[in-house]
Design a protein around this ligand. Structure first.
Ligand SMILES: Nc1ncnc2c1ncn2[C@@H]1O[C@H](COP(=O)(O)OP(=O)(O)O)[C@@H](O)[C@H]1O
Ligand SMILES: [Mg+2]
Length: 348
């Protein structure tokens, strides 16, 4: 059954890398349907595979990596079968645009801000001269850059980190993409600037009806920006649901652990909860639930058999044996229940 809301459909994706003669499996059969116009957050610890997963949509995998199996259907085509740069040119910028963590990696230090945004306008909108410049000024205004006529002629080093990220966002928007992928766009910025950039992304998403994929290791920042949250662990999406479902009714022990490490749970004078142990070694074959070795309440079957998705609601599913009808009743940690009550209280 195909759902007409789906703009991008990833099925059973496996991505591998060759590293010094050994093979590492970074994405282990992940599937995800992305809806047109939605704001989807992908969260998970560093190394979970968030960047690798989304880089496959644009043909940006590092040279030692490849899609081993699975499909990425966009506009009726399987992007997983694309081989050449000529193939990718059709989607890069035009259909998908990406904003990375460090704006300086996306900007050319030797070119003015204006000329860099203009390149995108010329290439993707076919405008020239004064007309192109006018559109650039409009876009710079759109992303909250003051005095755009003056800023147009300045270089990246004359901009603060937050302003540079606005320029990168301007370049992405200038291409008029359908899907905007933001990979940890605010991680390098301080908290106040982070909030401003999030607000900007949210307003651009609404204004241009952009499908936004928002990648972060910090579950705390997504509540205000995401319609849905996908939780990634060891190269797979282990839980997905609406923002409310994942915050208030999380089912996977890993999601509980992520929620438990939110700073909001910190009690004054007490150390913040940190998830114990380390993610599995991706060079090895992973048996069962990849989180089991770090899960104090893991079931026997968690070490033996990989859990399938169990539906929690029509919009919420998780890969945990706890959802099997035969599983013993395991409650989320007390701290999470308390947090949910606090949040609910806050809302009223
Ligand atoms: N070019 C590469 N060669 C080998 N391993 C890689 C390469 N790129 C990423 N990886 C590995 O793939 C896994 C997922 O990485 P990544 O997607 O960057 O994680 P995240 O973005 O969630 O922090 C990590 O174990 C990482 O070390
Ligand atoms: Mg990353």
């Amino acid at each position: 059954m195909t759902d007409s809301r789906v703009i991008l459909s990833v099925k059973d994706l496996v991505v591998k890398f060759n590293l010094r003669g050994r093979v590492l499996t970074a994405i282990r059969g992940a599937s995800l349907d992305i809806y047109a116009g939605e704001s989807l957050a992908i969260v998970g610890e560093s190394g979970a595979g968030k960047s690798v997963f989304t880089k496959t949509f644009m043909g940006l995998l590092d040279g030692n990596g490849w899609i081993d199996s699975g499909s990425i259907i966009y506009n009726g085509e399987d992007l997983a079968k694309y081989k050449t740069e000529d193939d990718w040119i059709k989607v890069r910028g035009k259909e998908f645009a990406m904003v990375f963590q460090e704006p300086m990696t996306s900007l050319n230090p030797l070119k003015t801000i204006g000329s860099q945004v203009e390149e995108a306008v010329v290439l993707h909108r076919g405008l020239k001269g004064e007309e192109a410049k006018k559109v650039v000024i409009e876009i710079l205004t759109d992303v909250g850059i003051e005095e755009p006529e003056k800023r147009y002629y300045q270089y990246p080093h004359e901009f603060s980190g937050g302003m540079r990220q606005r320029v990168v966002i301007a370049i992405a928007v200038a291409c008029k993409p359908k899907v905007l992928i933001c990979d940890e766009p605010t991680t390098a910025l301080d908290v106040t600037i982070q909030a401003q950039i999030l607000k900007l992304l949210k307003s651009l998403q609404k204004k241009h009806n952009l499908t936004t994929i928002y990648i972060t290791h910090d579950l705390g920042v997504v509540a205000n920006i995401a319609d849905r949250i996908a939780v990634m662990y060891a190269g797979d999406i282990i839980e997905i649901g609406t923002c409310e479902e994942v915050f208030y009714n999380a089912q996977h022990p890993y999601t509980w652990a992520l929620l438990s490490s939110l700073p909001q749970l910190g009690v004054k004078g007490k150390q913040l909860y940190a998830i114990k142990g380390t993610p599995p070694n991706l060079f090895n074959e992973i048996k069962g639930d990849a989180f089991a070795p770090r899960n104090e309440k893991a079931l026997k079957i968690d070490f033996i058999k990989r859990p399938p998705y169990f539906d929690v609601s029509p919009t919420h599913k998780a890969k945990t044996w706890l959802l099997d009808p035969r599983a013993p009743k395991v409650e989320p940690p007390e701290s999470i229940k308390k947090l949910c009550r606090q949040w609910k209280g806050d809302i009223q």
